[in-house]
Write a protein that binds this ligand. Structure first.
Ligand SMILES: [Zn+2]
Length: 158
């Protein structure tokens, strides 16, 4: 993996209202993946949370940044993009400050409009987007990665 970084939080907002969105727990990502995630959160996820709920995005519940394993935890088959720090699993979104914090989990399917918008935006931001309905391995999270495709515009969005 090239230049792995531990991402604890991402900055969003303008100069005057700069704030942090936490990754919980912190994820180890390649430098390139970290910048794609940062841009996605700043330009899309945070505005969507604001638009849908009128509150700030506080944290993303994530998993599986850098993990040395094969795809879908199989014993054989290709190495997962997770092994290169080029993938992230998003389990949920923490929106607003306590005591009015809203937890939107990908698994629950609550807030379907918000989750659908998030997923659609992920399809534009990442090379691969998988989630509930794609297959059994992705029933409870959104998997996004920047796997290189044969064509520069080749995206896998399911
Ligand atoms: Zn994944």
């Amino acid at each position: 993996m090239v230049d792995p970084v531990e991402v604890v939080a991402l900055a969003v907002g303008g100069d005057r209202d700069r704030r942090r969105v936490l990754l919980q727990p912190p994820a180890i990502l390649s430098c390139e993946m970290a910048s794609v995630v940062a841009q996605w959160v700043e330009t899309t996820v945070h505005p969507l949370a604001k638009g849908h709920f009128g509150r700030d995005l506080v944290a993303l519940r994530v998993g599986g940044g850098h993990e040395c394993r094969r795809r879908n935890r199989g014993a054989g088959g290709p190495m997962s993009e997770h092994a290169k720090g080029r993938a992230l699993d998003v389990f949920g979104f923490e929106i607003g400050e306590a005591p009015d914090r809203l937890s939107v989990s990908v698994r629950s399917g609550d807030q379907p409009n918000f989750l659908a918008a998030i997923r659609q935006s992920a399809c534009g931001a990442f090379a691969t987007t998988l989630g509930p309905g794609s297959d059994a391995a992705h029933a409870d999270h959104l998997h996004v990665d920047i796997k290189a495709r044969n064509s520069p515009t080749g995206r896998f969005c399911q």
